[in-house]
Design a protein around this ligand. Structure first.
Ligand code: HEM
Length: 388
């Protein structure tokens, strides 16, 4: 077997044997077809995440074939000192209290969506649970009304597509970005005129040594939060649902002892990472495993593979909720570590606690399921689920 990395591998039912081949045989892989270097070993991925001076997020962005109009404007596509300034202000606005304040809403929504699902019996997990749950929570955080959020949803979905641009035509992701930007620009205008008790207002007001985020930064940062929050959580939730349905013993174990939910979510993030990889760009030539990765090339730090590296995790292919998962890279590492991690975790713990509480067993219909096809994320855009 010899593997050339293709962006579509991410949407295969089981891409993990291919990642293993790359780790063992070509850990600094260059895919000419996709014009991307791929680092698949834990140690290399982790070192790169922690060394932003060598591995820049700002030169070409952090998504595969990132859009030039995003680069340098979103948190994920900045390097220090700009990143430190923006992240510091975002941290001031998005605090542990933000998550704590949202918890009552998270809990009541998780409970009502779960009992509605139980009453229905057979549901489509994304449309019936994940999308309304994420929309309501992220909407509440930013003061976006639920009905607007559902309207924004298809732009959020399109945002991560990476279509080739046709001459003279906008791609779907450019159209999505334009609509989201216009919508958020109007919302910022309203909050500037009259503040509310929401994250948008908190970001507008956050200040460091007399400096604020610019209006453009507030709009683009909010956009990143919405797309990052909406897509990542959906992918995490669908992967966790899939993992539970595929491992009936695990389902019984976690249901019998809900104290295990935290461990289940963490091991789920390791075992089948929702964010499978982010891009970095070397600020100078880097020699790794006998190859020279040229300055300014696009390099994918493969989280999905690193999390299954047996050099780091014993029996890495086994879903084992008893293992020590502290070092998994499912939420990144270093200065760009996921800013939404406390919220994402809180939502996942609460949702699965409620869902497990209302059902005895689950079956998913994989034949009718559809996988997400964006090149950085792995999960389902449609997942039929029967609760009994
Ligand atoms: C629950 C599932 C989630 C997963 C698996 C996830 C994963 C990640 C990962 C791997 C990164 C690092 C990106 C990089 O290094 O280039 C990241 C960054 C980020 N995430 Fe999340 N995320 C999740 C939820 C959220 C939520 C709920 C929000 C917002 C409410 C969010 C907002 C962000 C932002 C703004 C960044 C950029 C941080 C920076 O560059 O300083 N994420 N996320």
């Amino acid at each position: 077997m010899s593997i050339t990395y293709q962006l579509s591998i991410i949407a295969e039912d089981d891409p993990y044997p291919k990642y293993k081949w790359l780790r063992d045989n070509d850990p600094a892989h260059y895919s000419e077809r996709e014009n991307v270097w791929v680092l698949t070993r834990y140690e290399d991925v982790s070192n790169a995440f922690r060394d932003w001076k060598t591995w820049s997020s700002n030169r070409r962005g952090n998504l595969l074939n990132d859009m030039p109009e995003r680069v340098g404007k979103t948190l994920g596509t900045m390097d220090p000192p700009d990143h430190a300034f923006a992240r510091g202000l975002v941290n001031k606005a998005f605090t542990p209290k933000t998550v704590a304040d949202l918890h009552t809403k998270v809990k009541s929504l998780a409970a009502s969506l779960s009992s509605a699902a139980r009453a229905k019996g057979t549901i489509e997990f994304v449309a019936d649970i994940s999308a309304p749950f994420n929309a309501a929570i992220l909407g509440a955080m930013f003061g976006v009304p639920d009905e607007d959020f559902i309207r924004l949803r298809h732009w959020l979905d399109d945002f991560f597509l990476r279509e080739e641009a046709q001459p003279g035509e906008e791609t779907k992701q450019q159209i999505a970005m334009r609509h989201l930007r216009n919508y958020l620009d109007e919302l910022v205008e309203k909050r500037l005129a009259q503040g509310e008790d929401d994250l948008l207002t908190a970001m507008i007001r956050a200040e460091e040594d007399g400096r604020h985020l610019s209006r453009e930064q507030v709009v683009v940062t909010t956009m990143t939060f919405l797309v990052a929050g909406f897509e990542s959580t959906n992918n995490l939730f669908t992967n966790l649902t899939h993992a539970l349905a595929r491992h009936p013993n695990l389902y019984r174990q976690v249901k019998a002892n809900t104290d295990l939910i935290g461990a289940f979510v963490e091991e789920g993030m390791r075992w089948d990472a929702a964010a499978q990889g982010f891009v970095r760009t070397p600020s100078h030539d880097v020699t790794l495993h006998g190859k020279v990765i040229p300055e300014d090339s696009q390099v994918l730090l493969h989280i999905g593979s690193a999390n299954r590296d047996e050099r780091q995790f014993e029996n890495a292919d086994v879903f084992d909720i008893r293992r020590d998962t502290k070092r998994h890279l499912g939420m990144g590492q270093g200065i760009h570590f996921c800013v939404g991690a406390p919220l994402g975790r809180n939502m996942a713990y609460t949702l699965f606690e409620e869902l497990l509480g209302v059902s005895e067993n689950w079956q998913i219909d994989l034949a009718q399921a559809t996988r997400v096809t964006t090149p950085n994320f792995r999960g389902f855009s449609r997942l039929p689920l029967r609760l009994a």
